[in-house]
Design a protein around this ligand. Structure first.
Ligand code: FAD
Length: 125
């Protein structure tokens, strides 16, 4: 592939991945169990080791050290990821996203009752 095609693919991967990650934190329980908190924390550390863009993965590993994953609640997890994404935006010269607009900007289409899908994904809380 050409250099341009590679750059487009990297951006596409980034957009899809951010979308998935924001939905994931926005569906995290309001009152997570200790096990759910460990699952989220472990997920982001594993994610940072396996992300397909190596340059991105290295930067994100560094970011996790500076800004540890927040797992105490859905809102803290979602705001943490928003702030982390904004740090990446800053480095790439992209605009800062208003983190108070997260809930109105993202919809996973998972149904009107968020607790039912959380129950399936993460077990009863
Ligand atoms: P994206 O940053 O992909 O965002 C997609 C959409 O999400 C935006 O249009 C906006 O609607 C919304 N959004 C923006 N900011 C936020 C926020 N803070 N919170 C919630 N929603 C928001 N690319 C590189 O070239 N170098 C890197 O080192 C690099 N590191 C990355 C690390 C990770 C973990 C990920 C997932 C991606 C990384 N990328 C990197 C890709 C880069 O972040 C972008 O995804 C890509 O450049 C496409 O940018 P975009 O302008 O379409 O918007």
């Amino acid at each position: 592939a050409t250099k341009m095609a590679n750059a487009t693919a990297k951006a596409e991967l980034g957009r899809h991945t951010w979308h998935f990650l924001h939905l994931l934190t926005l569906r995290f329980p309001d009152k997570p169990t200790p096990e759910q908190r460990t699952t989220l924390s472990t997920f982001f550390h594993t994610f940072s080791l396996l992300y397909p863009c190596g340059e991105c993965a290295n930067h994100f590993q560094q970011l996790l050290k500076e800004m540890p994953v927040q797992t105490s609640s859905r809102m803290n997890a979602a705001l943490w990821l928003c702030a982390a994404h904004n740090r990446v935006n800053e480095r790439l010269g992209k605009p800062e996203f208003p983190c108070d607009k997260l809930d109105e900007s993202y919809d996973c289409g998972c149904g009107p009752d968020p607790t039912s899908s959380k129950t399936i994904l993460l077990g009863p809380s």
